[in-house]
Design a protein around this ligand. Structure first.
Ligand code: ADP
Ligand code: MG
Length: 289
């Protein structure tokens, strides 16, 4: 079952001059089509301004396509009466941890979304605590969010989304403002959601994060220009570089070793550790992979 299906969607922003007159239009999403089966962990890459956030906002009806159709769990997002259902099914976590917290107590913050959906009180409490537990933040439930690290704030934002019981969560550069520790914490939470069957759409600039996805797409000028497993996309790094991406170091190093005459087999190692094992096995004179 395809949880998300975008059929030939386009979206342009109007451009204005200083007096507020419309001077033109900037196409942000340009006849983009994609289907995402339920349960997929999809990474979305592409240079700044390529249309990733505009595409992402179509997945929970923050934007409605000007051309084409987006279906979420079979529902056309342009049908206004189903907007709440779509918003509940697809949660969003954004870049800035400080812009997503609305309450002065963490548990109230996590309760905010489901409370607005009218979830009854007893169930609300269960949802809040199980969501906090999933992101490893239970012990902070009654604290104020002000003293939290960026990674902890993002985990609170994720708990708030989880409390809505979503089918998919879109992370729009949710790790971009975090230090390495915060990024690891958020990636751990994200992977846990994926293991529970939630569809993950992770927009990121970090290749090592994208390497952990099942499927990677590259968006360029509002279109999907590459689509495959991380091995397929990064293995073809000459092409990926055209869209402003740099393959993981292990992929580049593997190519240098091959150019230097080392026979390394077909498997493309995405991280240094995996590549080191491949080289070690080669040096032992064993099998190439
Ligand atoms: N609110 C907006 N008003 C006008 N133009 C916008 C707006 N948001 C995005 N754009 C333009 O749309 C294009 C795609 O932007 P965006 O989807 O934010 O890209 P990305 O997330 O990949 O960096 C860019 O050219 C950007 O300048
Ligand atoms: Mg963006």
């Amino acid at each position: 079952m395809d949880l998300i299906k975008a059929e030939d969607i386009s979206y342009s922003f109007k451009e204005y001059d200083e007096e507020g007159n419309v001077t033109g239009a900037r196409t942000a999403v340009d006849h983009l089509s994609i289907t995402v089966p339920a349960g997929t962990f999809l990474a979305v890459l592409g240079r700044n301004g390529s249309g990733k956030s505009t595409f992402a906002k179509h997945l929970n009806a923050l934007l409605i396509p000007q051309e084409g159709t987006v279906y979420v769990d079979g529902i056309d997002t342009s049908k206004a009466k189903d907007m709440l259902l779509i918003r509940r099914n697809v949660g969003m976590v954004f870049q800035n941890p400080d812009n997503q917290i609305v309450s002065t107590v963490i548990e109230e913050d996590v309760a905010f979304g489901p409370e607005n959906l009218g979830v009854p009180h007893g169930e609300l409490e269960d949802r809040v605590y199980s969501s906090l537990e999933k992101v490893g933040m239970s012990e902070y439930a009654s604290n104020s969010p002000t003293k939290l690290s960026g990674g902890q704030k993002q985990r609170i934002a994720i708990a708030g989304v989880l409390a809505m019981k979503p089918k998919a969560v879109v992370f729009d550069e949710a790790t971009a403002m975090l230090d390495p520790k915060g990024r690891r914490e958020v990636m751990a939470a994200l992977k846990k959601l994926h293991e529970e069957g939630i569809t993950i759409i992770h927009i990121t600039h970090h290749m090592e994060e994208a390497s952990e996805a099942e499927r990677v797409i590259i968006i360029n000028d509002g279109k999907v220009v590459m689509d495959g497993t991380p091995q397929e996309v990064f293995g073809n790094h000459a092409e990926a570089e055209k869209y402003g991406l740099r393959a993981p170091n292990a992929v580049l190093l593997r190519d240098m070793l091959k150019d230097g005459g080392m026979r390394l087999g077909e498997h493309i190692a995405l991280d240094e550790k995996e590549l080191a094992m491949q080289i070690a096995s080669h040096l032992r004179g064993g099998e190439d992979d």
